[in-house]
Design a protein. Structure first.
Length: 168
């Protein structure tokens, strides 16, 4: 199932939240900053050992002080013109996060709207890619709960009419 919630992803009480990180994996602004603040210093110390993460890839850490048991850190593309591989890289970020969740036998995962803040990805196009990737994944892994945590009204309006999405 795919769920939609408006609010702070650091409050998600489930198996994993996804962080929209950068390639260094050492924190930053936006949702990345919020997650590092809520999870605590231990997250930063652990992330230092990971050697970063390439755009479109994903790495997993414990959730530390979060309610969520794990954090899946992925790096979305910085949006340039839409013809520089951004759609493929954004899809990979979602796919690789879901794959990692599956490999760790996780059953619930919450995503922020990757790349649509500081990285400037147009929200409508990003929402389409996120939702389609989730739907595709569920065809093969029907028992995963996929949550989209939107933080602003524009994203809420974009997601709420997707077919089959459940408002929570
Ligand atoms: N819960 C849910 N969503 C949030 C939260 C929150 N607590 N805070 C912000 N958002 P951004 P990006 C939304 O900029 O575009 C960082 O500095 C936000 O409104 O966090 O992938 C990293 O270190 C937006 O819709 O991530 C990277 O350098 C969405 O999360 C860079 O920003 C993503 O916005 C990554 O940029």
């Amino acid at each position: 199932m795919i769920y939609l919630t408006k609010g702070d992803i650091t409050l998600f009480d489930g198996d994993a939240i996804v962080n929209a990180a950068n390639e260094r994996l050492l924190g930053g602004g936006g949702v990345d900053g919020a997650i590092h603040r809520a999870a605590g210093r231990e997250l930063y110390e652990y992330c230092k050992t990971l050697g970063g993460c390439k755009t479109g890839q994903a790495k997993i850490t414990p959730g530390y002080k979060l309610k969520a048991k794990h954090i899946i850190h992925t790096v979305g593309p910085i949006y340039k013109d839409g013809n520089s591989g951004e759609p493929e890289l954004l899809r990979s970020a979602y796919q690789n996060s879901l794959k990692l969740a599956q490999e760790h036998n996780l059953k619930s995962i919450a995503f922020p709207n990757i790349s649509t803040g500081v990285y400037g990805y147009p929200k409508k196009e990003a929402a389409q890619i996120a939702f389609e990737t989730a739907q595709d994944f569920l065809k093969r892994n029907a028992d995963m709960e996929i949550w989209f945590y939107v933080f602003d009204n524009e994203n809420f309006e974009l997601y709420k009419d997707f077919e089959g999405i459940l408002l929570q």
